[in-house]
Design a protein around this ligand. Sequence first.
Ligand code: IPD
Ligand code: CA
Ligand code: CA
Length: 271
Amino acid sequence: MRVDIEKVKEIVLSAKPLFMDRDESANITVKGAADYVTKVDVNVQNYIMNALNEEYPDIQFMGEEKDNSDIDFSKKVWILDPVDGTTNLIHDFHGSSISLGLADNKELVMGIVYIPTSDELFYAEKGKGAYLNGERIHCSVEKELSKAVVGAGSSPYYKYYTDLVFDSYKKMFMDISDIRRIGSAAIELAYVACGRLDAYTEAELKPWDYAAGKIIVEEAGGKAVDYDGNEMDISKPSSMCSSNGIIGDMLVGEYLPSIKSLIEAKQGYEK
Ligand code: IPD
Ligand code: CA
Ligand code: CA
């Protein structure tokens, strides 16, 4: 069955009242170090999962707040983060989004990032360009690193990367215009797609953090690779350097840590 993006956009948009429920966002459970889940995360996921299952019963569903061990990535799969930016949601910081991607045999074919507090809906389909509330969007054309503004993801749940990540950002900061940290990977990717940011990088994102944003960036003319400059595998966690397609190559290698150094930092921490 063909997936109609208009139908999927409607489903995502109609989750807004659940997303904006301030009582449910105060209903918090601790998942891990600095990692929280609220009733909003669960309610939005259940609502979107049920609506998609009803409309597209043959497509698998991967969601942050469920067990995903049975997902077969050789077939179609929805990849949902019901609330990307849960810490922002808890703090009423207005930097949270719903991120929904669709992959087919590990290739991203659709992505939607919705920011309910600003009513901004970013979306893209493979080969059809990227859009914000119906208007075509493009990445920036910034060529000079010294003028670039870069979203600097802090990998908040993986404190073992702190030295590597912040040392690399310190070096990068000296050569660029400025850094930003919004606190939602999906929003930072959407911002790269529309030129508000020239690049965004973060070590170890989960598929639901980056699936939708990756295809939106690529359809807006940008590029997204891992910290070694290689293709990302959508079925796995990955580091990510996304950019307007021009300055990303300058960040990989010169500033961002290698994947080998990230693995070593994690192993050293676990010993
Ligand atoms: C997190 C946010 C945050 C990023 C983390 C993500 P969550 O997602 O995108 O900006 O730094 O890496 O895990 O936990 O709010 O869904
Ligand atoms: Ca997330
Ligand atoms: Ca989340």
